[in-house]
Every structure is written in structure tokens, then in C-alpha cells.
Design a protein around this ligand. Structure first.
Ligand SMILES: Nc1nc2c(ncn2[C@@H]2O[C@H](COP(=O)(O)OP(=O)(O)OP(=O)(O)O)[C@@H](O)[C@H]2O)c(=O)[nH]1
Ligand SMILES: [Mg+2]
Length: 409
């Protein structure tokens, strides 16, 4: 409570829709996530609005009656920001801003904002700014509606439009400048990566907030920033890790999220190269999260988008210490036994038999539960890649060679 008073959170309302392809339950989950994103960005959600509709209204996303309802609530409760769960088209954003007297943002906007807040190195900042400029360009005219309303339409249109043209030119110039800057850094990073020598490269991937950095710290004895907020990590960290004399490189990178803005995926190309060029992926999952199966799907989709879906993967189900299942009595007696009622063992069995080709692990990174098994499985996978990749490694890693021989005796 005290924290909230000191930090002064922005009062926010969030909006989503129920459609044929998005059930009420799904919307509820999405809005939970949007609320967490809002909190991460420094906002406090005062109210959720939702509407059932066949498809989004092309002009105002939700119906005009709903817009009026939101507007009234905004006025009566001093709401400063309204955030829509889906990406608004530039014209939707413009139309809504004309009616509702508050900042109108969408999910993409919000994610970009969090990335901007969190970017620390100049490289991350450049990537985020590029994504923001690309997002902003088609929306520039919308920014002027506020001014138009204050000063009236007459006389404003001319200079307003000119300003928009000037702004567009400025943003376009900025985009090409940022692209050049990124190209230069890309080259440096790619040289850096190729200079790392003959070591197997393992990348931690997964949804945001699943515990990738925590795992990295636990394995690599490094100090990577960990926080119970979304997108704690933006920059890639690479550490040399040694398990049983076998050295390899482990990288921790930006987390994924569903509906990840495409502008971000494009701008973060080089950061994601770390994943694209890895030999082995550790796909970390937060099994204590009610939507973890959706998270897995989103991550797999993004891996496919960046063409990293054919790599060997170890599925690492993390946070088993926090996994809770509902017993039928806790819920209600009529409800049939759904997946939410499964015990951890039942999950394990299904995953082991379902996933088939992927190796599966269940751990707790904070409690270091099942760490021996984790180390063993990673070691074995890295060793396999190492043997095929570098058959003459005995000159490079005499210790490692000894270790294998000892083991095989
Ligand atoms: N209960 C429990 N919490 C964990 C475990 N591992 C990580 N956490 C917590 O989960 C939160 C997120 O951890 P991070 O390591 O920052 O997650 P991340 O995947 O790196 O997140 P991003 O960098 O935001 O993508 C932190 O509050 C951790 O303390 C675990 O095994 N059990
Ligand atoms: Mg992290």
C-alpha cells in the first residue's frame, strides 16, 4: 500500500473484446496479463471493460455505446490512460482519442513503452527506438487531434498538416539513421559471436517472467537482473558455463509474450540472433502459471517466425515449488476434472509421453530442486552436439576428453 502512495501510479482502464475466436475465459487471461503489463509500466488498473462482438468495430474498435460508457467512467474517476488489449489501427486510435479525453494506448504501445523504460545499453535503446518510430509513423496525424480540439478546426488544418508532414520527415530520417546504427552494431556483434571459438552455444528461451535469468544465475554463478515484472531482461548476457569439465556458452535473452509487436521482433533481430544461432535451446516454462500451455504455443510460434524452430530443445518446466492444482472439493463438485486439477505427476506423465522428441525436465530454479537431473541432461545434450561438431576436441579440451573416457570405461 505504502509503495503505491509513494510511486504514484497512473490511473488506468483496460479494454478487451469477446469474439468467436476469443472466449470470455481467454479474454480474462489476456486482461490479467495486460494488467500485469500495465503495472510493470507504472499504471494501476482501476477498471476493466469488455464487450461481446462478432468482430472489432473498424472505426472505434468497440461499439460507440461502449466508448461513451468508457468516456463517462474516465471523466468521473480521473482516469488518465485507457489501454486496449489488441493493436488499434491508426484510424481507430485517432477516432477514439477524439471521444475519450485520456491517453489512448494499445498492447503494442504498452509493450514498447516497457521496453523503452527497461532498455539500458545504447544497443537496446537503439532497437527500441527504431520499433517505436516504426509504430509511430502511420499514427502521427492522430497526435494532432488533441490540438485541433483545443484550438478548433478552423485555421488549424493547414499548419497542422504541414507539421505532420515535417514530423513524418523527421521520423523517417530518424528511422534510416537508427537502421544504419543497428547495421553497424550487428556487424560488430556477429564478429564477436564468431570470435567466441569452438564452444557449443545454448540459449535460454521462454515467455517473459518464467525464470530464465534466475536459472542463468543458478547455473552460471553470474549476476543477471531478476525481477517479478515483465521484461526484466532486454540485453543478452552470455556466460561460459562448465559442467563436468565440459565448457559451453549459455545465453540469457529477452522474454517472449503473445502478440509480441512485429516491430519489436524486427528491431531486435540481432538480439534474437543469439537464439537463431544457438545449437541447443532450453525452453523454460513457468508451470505455476495457469496459462503455461498458451505460453508454450506463443514461444513456439515466435521461434518459428525467427526460423529457430528446428533446433534441439529441452523443455524445462520451472517453478515446480509454486505449482498448485485444484482439488475437486476446493473448486466445486459438479465441475468435471479438468487439467487444472492435475497433479504435478500427472503433468509430468502427459508431457513425457506427448512431446515425444523433446527432452523434458521439471525443476525449481530458486529452490534448486532437481538440479542434478538438469545438469545431467544439459551436459548430455551439449556433449552430443560437441562430439558431432568438434570431433578433434581432445586438443582443445584435454580435460574434457579425459572426462569422457573415464565415463565410458
Ligand atoms: N517460486 C518460484 N519463483 C521463481 C522460480 N524461478 C524464478 N522465479 C521468480 O520468477 C520471477 C521472474 O524471474 P526472472 O528470472 O527474472 O524471469 P525471466 O524469465 O528472466 O524474465 P524476463 O527477463 O522478464 O523475461 C522472479 O520473481 C523470480 O524470483 C522458481 O523456481 N520458483
Ligand atoms: Mg530475464
Amino acid at each position: 500500500m505504502l509503495e503505491k502512495e509513494v510511486i504514484n501510479f497512473e490511473k488506468t482502464a483496460i479494454v478487451g473484446i469477446v469474439t468467436q475466436s476469443q472466449s470470455e475465459e481467454k479474454l480474462h487471461e489476456y486482461l490479467d496479463e495486460l494488467e500485469f503489463l500495465t503495472f510493470t509500466a507504472g499504471g494501476e488498473v482501476i477498471k476493466r471493460f469488455s464487450q461481446k462482438m462478432e468482430r472489432p468495430n473498424p472505426k472505434t474498435f468497440v461499439g460507440t455505446g461502449k466508448i461513451d460508457e468508457i468516456n463517462l467512467f474516465v471523466k468521473e474517476n480521473g482516469i488518465s490512460t485507457v489501454i486496449f488489449d489488441d493493436e488499434l489501427t491508426p484510424s481507430q486510435q485517432k477516432n477514439i482519442s477524439r471521444i475519450i479525453d485520456a491517453k489512448i494506448l494499445d498492447r503494442t504501445n504498452l509493450i514498447l513503452d516497457i521496453f523503452a523504460q527497461r532498455a539500458e545499453t545504447s544497443y537496446a535503446r537503439t532497437q527500441v527506438e527504431l520499433a517505436q518510430c516504426i509504430y509511430l509513423l502511420p499514427r502521427l496525424s492522430g497526435l494532432w487531434t488533441h490540438l485541433e480540439r483545443q484550438k478548433g478546426g478552423i485555421g488549424m488544418r493547414g499548419p497542422g498538416e504541414t507539421e505532420i508532414e515535417t514530423d513524418r520527415r523527421i521520423v523517417r530520417d530518424r528511422i534510416s539513421l537508427l537502421k544504419d546504427k543497428i547495421k553497424t552494431i550487428d556487424k560488430q556483434m556477429s564478429i564477436q559471436r564468431s570470435n567466441r571459438g569452438a564452444m557449443v552455444r545454448v540459449a535460454l528461451v521462454g515467455y517473459t517472467n518464467v525464470g530464465k535469468s534466475t536459472l542463468m544465475n543458478a547455473v552460471g554463478k553470474s549476476e543477471v537482473f531478476v525481477e517479478n515484472k515483465l521484461f526484466a531482461t532486454l540485453d543478452t548476457t552470455v556466460r561460459k558455463v562448465v559442467i563436468k569439465n565440459l565448457p559451453f556458452l549459455l545465453s540469457d535473452t529477452v522474454g517472449f509474450i503473445r502478440k509480441l509487436p512485429t516491430q519489436l521482433v524486427d528491431s531486435f533481430k540481432s538480439t534474437l540472433d543469439e537464439v537463431r544461432e544457438a545449437d541447443l535451446l532450453l525452453h523454460v516454462v513457468d508451470i505455476s502459471h495457469p496459462d503455461f500451455e498458451d505460453h508454450i504455443d506463443s514461444v513456439n510460434q515466435i521461434l518459428q517466425d525467427i526460423k529457430a524452430h528446428e533446433k534441439p530443445v529441452i523443455m524445462v518446466f520451472n517453478k515446480i515449488d509454486a505449482y498448485k492444482h485444484l482439488t475437486i472439493e476446493e473448486d466445486d463438485l459438479i465441475t468435471e476434472k479438468t487439467r487444472k486439477h492435475w497433479t504435478l505427476d500427472e503433468w509430468k506423465q502427459t508431457w513425457m509421453s506427448n512431446v515425444g522428441h523433446d527432452k523434458t525436465l521439471f525443476i525449481s530454479a530458486t529452490q534448486k530442486q532437481n538440479f542434478e537431473e538438469f545438469r545431467e541432461m544439459v551436459y548430455e545434450a551439449v556433449r552430443q552436439i560437441h562430439i558431432t561438431r568438434f570431433p578433434y576436441n581432445k586438443f582443445l579440451y584435454p580435460d574434457y576428453k579425459d572426462a569422457i573416457e573415464k565415463e565410458e570405461e
